[in-house]
Ligand binder design. Structure first.
Ligand SMILES: *Cc1c(COP(=O)(O)O)cnc(C)c1O
Length: 220
């Protein structure tokens, strides 16, 4: 199927209150433009180097999301335009994002990446680590970042019950953090979960943002 057909199908399946991020990593600018011309304006990349090569060649009104593991010293390259960073997994990174956002006189939306999978290879925080960030004096002083919710990746598995339970765990973490620290904060409302293989389950379990690559652009 073409990019256009894939997007049409996804937009029919995904409820309007769930945001679709087209994950364009490894795909060339031409393919991103093709999706853009079908009305898709939100894209996600997982490597800074790749994003800084593509972004200047593409329309200005694209909303860029960063979804990959991020080194603190690379934040400065994308701080002027990145809309949301889904992969915050340390106070140090959050401080760096805040610092670079301040230089650009803007606010960068962030999600705390939570470790929910039964796979050693995945990144993310556990609940106590997330709490430690939120309760830190450093975080309380930050003016140029906004924690908008949580992100997680389920185990890459055919076992749909395992995947579903991991998404349920992420939703529970979201609600715990929301009620304890963000109940008055209207920006804390996102659960970024669901990829090409598991977005249907993620949406059933309360996802507000799905990150989909393969099901739009084909196999990488
Ligand atoms: C690559 C990637 C996706 C999209 O994966 P697909 O299976 O191609 O949909 C989503 N989230 C993250 C963090 C990724 O790195």
């Amino acid at each position: 199927m073409s990019i256009k057909e894939n997007l049409l199908k996804l937009n029919e399946e995904i409820p309007s209150n769930v945001k679709l991020i087209a994950v364009s990593k490894t795909n060339p600018v031409e393919k991103i433009l093709e999706a853009y011309q079908c009305g898709q304006k939100v894209f996600g990349e997982n490597r800074v180097q790749e994003l800084i090569e593509k972004q200047p060649k593409l329309p200005d009104d694209i909303e860029w999301h960063f979804i990959g593991h991020m080194q603190s010293n690379k934040v400065k390259y994308i701080a002027s335009y990145i809309s949301m960073i889904h992969s915050v997994e340390s106070l140090k990174l959050l401080q760096e994002i805040n610092k670079e956002a301040q230089k650009k006189n803007r606010i960068i939306n962030c999600l705390l990446e939570m470790y929910i999978a039964k796979e050693e290879t995945k990144f993310g925080l556990d609940y106590e680590e997330a709490v430690a960030i939120i309760e830190s004096e450093e975080y309380k002083k930050m003016q140029n970042i906004r924690i908008c919710g949580v992100m997680g990746m389920a185990t890459f598995s055919e076992d749909t019950e395992l995947v579903r339970n991991e998404f349920k765990d992420l939703k529970t973490i979201y609600h715990q953090l929301k009620s304890k620290y963000f109940c008055e904060d209207k920006y804390f409302r996102e659960i970024s979960m669901g990829m090409s293989g598991d977005y249907t389950i993620a949406i059933e379990e309360g996802s507000t943002i799905v990150r989909i690559g393969t099901a739009i652009f084909g196999e990488r």
